[in-house]
Design a binder for this molecule. Structure first.
Ligand SMILES: C[S@@+](CC[C@H](N)C(=O)[O-])C[C@H]1O[C@@H](n2cnc3c(N)ncnc32)[C@H](O)[C@@H]1O
Length: 288
């Protein structure tokens, strides 16, 4: 497996392998409703010009493009060249000319302050200094623009119930995945910290919502999603000397998790997300 290194050596903990690109696609389906709800409540509207930070393969860009429509436009930025290429290919295939993608570190992105909205999902949790990153992109916003961030609240599954009835395999996965994410320096509490983070970035107090899907039954895409997540994290787990799952385990994980949930007629709580959104201050009226 390869990880997608940038010129300055920074990398994304899950890499951009084929498994990871597939995982991002399934993740898009799982979190689309919550994402669109957040955009609607944040006030993103047809005709707006939107910046999507850490766009990955472009799922959030695609979602917000359906909201702003042909009169609006979306620019997705990501440090991962493979992910950006996959996103561009999709836009080309769809014949869309109002959705564009660029390779860039978020805090190195410069543009005139003319975006109507900045959005991002599962991105601040991976930043060593998320307030600085958030503050840096707000500079690309016009006065009165919308900021809408959606972050995972992984800690909620560690400290609360994650399956009904309790699934031993899911418990093992939740603990392992949380350990890998925390060991890589990403923030398990990112969702819970969003309100504080907006304040630290100089933004007004946001409105926020916590939500989680409950997954079960034979056809849920969640089992495949989990198997790809584990597979994508194996190199990082190995780097950390964590042990636990292996490639061979990952190959059977989807089937084993589905079998366990079906046998107990149970359900799994998918990793919850917090959406937080606000508008920046409008510029003070200037004297005539
Ligand atoms: C978990 S993925 C989320 C992708 C997408 N937002 C979504 O929800 O499907 C995080 C993405 O952020 C990118 N990323 C993380 N930190 C970044 C940074 N500082 N600058 C640019 N991209 C970054 C990674 O390369 C990765 O593609």
């Amino acid at each position: 497996m390869t990880s997608d290194a940038t010129q300055d050596g920074a990398h994304y903990l899950l890499g951009h392998t084929d498994h990871e690109l597939r995982r991002l696609d399934i993740q898009g389906d799982l979190y689309r409703d919550a994402t669109l709800r957040a955009f609607r409540d944040a006030g993103i509207e047809p005709g707006m010009r939107v910046l999507d930070i850490g766009c990955g393969t472009g799922d959030v860009s695609r979602a917000v493009a359906t909201v702003v429509g042909e009169a609006g436009s979306v620019l997705g930025i990501d440090r991962g060249e493979r992910a950006v290429e996959a996103a561009r290919e999709w836009a080309r295939d769809q014949g869309l000319n109002n959705v564009d993608f660029a390779v860039s570190e978020i805090d190195e992105f410069h543009s005139p302050a003319n975006f109507d909205a900045v959005v991002g999902r599962f991105i601040l949790m991976h930043q060593p200094d998320p307030a600085q990153v958030l503050a840096s992109v707000v500079r690309s916003l016009r006065a009165g623009g919308v900021v809408c961030m959606i972050e995972s609240y992984m800690d909620a599954l560690l400290s609360g119930p994650h399956s009904f009835p309790a699934s031993p395999l899911y418990d093992e996965i939740v603990r392992w995945k949380s350990a890998v994410v925390a060991g890589a320096g990403s923030d398990l509490h990112a969702g819970g910290r969003l309100k504080q983070l907006f304040g630290a970035a100089g933004l007004p107090q946001p409105r926020a919502r916590l939500e989680a899907r409950l997954e079960g039954g034979a056809d849920s895409p969640y089992y495949e999603y989990i198997a790809h997540s584990v597979r994508s994290m194996l190199p990082e787990a190995e780097r950390q000397g964590l042990g636990g799952f292996t490639n061979a385990d990952a190959d059977t994980l989807e089937r084993r998790l589905r079998d366990e949930v079906l046998a107990s007629r149970g359900m799994l709580v998918a990793w919850p997300v917090v959406a937080a959104f606000c508008r920046t201050e409008t510029a003070p009226a200037t004297a005539p």
